[in-house]
Write a protein that binds this ligand. Structure first.
Ligand code: ATP
Length: 438
């Protein structure tokens, strides 16, 4: 692969990532890459960079050194579609500033966010209906603007929303790795995404469109309101989950919102109605993102004032359940992939005149700057606790699918985030047209 520095939209072959940015600490890990802090050398502004390694790997993660054509194509598509969505200047989409493809690594320079949606939800000191309404309004706005430019995201789930923007109070959609442009025919095919959030029409192979993303938001809403996925098959596996969604069995049901004493949580009535509206099994009866934004639960004109001390007891309980479930869904991170990228980056830093020995970015799990911030008064979002990147890195580096209690849970990931574009080959037992993402 040749060097091709570019702005997100316009190719500019003379630009190179390392001449413009100084690489910093790791903020998170993905299946094929990592996200790091960067500093723009000309403005000193802190940003983030998603680095994706497109080299061929065998099933043990060993790397041949050659570029994988399919992974290269998939990553190019991710850059193109993220760039297009980001071009809407919607504040509810993580902004992509520039992208580079050099030495089998893609660099996507984007705005730096504070933390993931789920991390803050669990650590929040309060959570009211007003907070929930804001969350879904932001999610819908990111999805709406994505749809406006003809893109179906196909991987709407809690992990793909990050808190950022002014006071870190804006929820932003990210990860366009499975996104696709809606074709002229108006229908898409193929199963993509993460099993518990997949729309029935996608799994039934009936053809789907933007409304598949709306179903996924409905699944996230269900998760937060009830603390479980809309479908909870007895066997905890991706195939069983897909079967349950296809067959509506055990049937989709909305339990009474009551606590152990049988007291109905009145504050969640609006959220429940909103969730029911999004989770219409028939896509024809489901609202578009624009229509959903007019539902009175999320509509801007309906003013809801959060009470600083309010934490709906059901929401508190469900936030922890939801966090545990979403952690089980995460794909196992392959340390070989991470080490491979780190090795390449070290060589590139040295080649570009940097000094690895005086830098701890590859050896430290911590992020001193953010740790210091944690000791400062929480001025930005007072009711939400910060989460240090030290814990982030430790968790993602070592834990795989280990939950908060440290116990290893069932793993839905091998079939949960699927992308037939990524690997180009099927694994035994895969549904035709489906292959694992990693
Ligand atoms: N712009 C950003 N600012 C700060 N942290 C980020 C940013 N983007 C991603 N992260 C962190 O990095 C982690 C990995 O992000 P990425 O999008 O690569 O992962 P992923 O979606 O889990 O990966 P994959 O698409 O391979 O499954 C996120 O969970 C988040 O914690």
């Amino acid at each position: 692969m040749g060097c091709c520095g570019s702005t997100a939209a316009t190719p500019a072959p003379q630009e190179h990532f390392f001449t413009q940015y100084k690489l910093g600490k790791k903020l998170g890990e993905g299946a094929f890459g990592q996200v790091r802090l960067v500093v723009d050398r000309s403005t000193q502004k802190e940003l983030a960079v998603k680095i994706v390694d497109v080299r061929e790997r065998d099933e043990h993660g060993a790397c041949s050194g050659a570029v994988s054509k399919s992974r290269d194509r998939v990553t190019r598509t991710e850059v193109d579609l993220w760039s297009k969505a980001s071009g809407t200047d919607c504040e509810y989409i993580v902004k992509l500033y520039k992208s580079f493809a050099e030495k089998s690594l893609y660099y996507m320079v984007c705005e730096k966010c504070q933390c993931s949606f789920m991390d803050r939800l669990v650590e929040a000191e309060s959570m009211s209906e007003a907070d929930l309404a804001k969350i879904f309004r932001h999610m819908l706005l990111g999805v709406f603007h994505t749809h406006e430019v003809g893109i179906v995201h196909r991987d709407i789930k809690p992990d793909n929303f990050l808190w950022g923007g002014p006071n870190n109070s804006v929820l932003k959609l990210c990860d366009y790795g499975l996104a696709v442009m809606m074709p002229k025919t108006g229908k898409l095919s193929g199963v993509f995404g993460t099993a518990p959030y997949m729309a029935p029409e996608m799994l039934r192979n009936e053809g789907y469109d933007f409304l598949a993303d709306v179903w996924s938001i409905g699944s996230v809403a269900y998760l937060l309101v009830f603390g479980s996925f809309p479908y909870s098959p007895s066997e905890a596996s991706a195939p069983a989950m897909k079967k349950a969604i296809i067959e509506d069995h055990p049937p989709l049901h909305f339990p009474a919102l009551s606590d152990a004493q049988g007291v109905v949580s009145g504050s969640l009535v609006g959220a429940l109605d909103f969730t029911k509206m999004l989770l219409k099994r028939s896509a024809k009866q489901r609202p578009t993102a624009a229509e959903a934004l007019r539902h009175e639960f999320v509509a801007e004109k309906v003013v809801k004032l959060p009470d600083a001390n309010e934490f709906d007891p059901l929401l508190r309980k469900n936030a922890h359940k939801a966090r545990s479930l979403t952690q089980q869904m995460r794909q196992k991170r392959d340390s070989t992939v991470q080490h491979g990228i780190d090795d390449l980056l070290k060589k590139l830093i040295i080649k570009n005149g940097g000094d690895i020995s005086s830098s701890n970015i590859f050896f430290s799990e911590g992020d001193e700057k953010l740790d210091q911030e944690e000791e400062e008064p929480r001025s930005m979002e007072p009711r939400m606790k910060r989460r240090s990147s030290r814990r982030d890195v430790k968790h993602s580096t070592h834990s795989g699918v280990i939950d908060q209690s440290g116990s290893l849970k069932f793993d839905m990931s091998p079939n949960s985030a699927v992308d037939s574009r990524a690997s180009g080959k099927s694994a035994p037992g895969d549904v035709p047209g489906l292959s694992n993402r990693c």
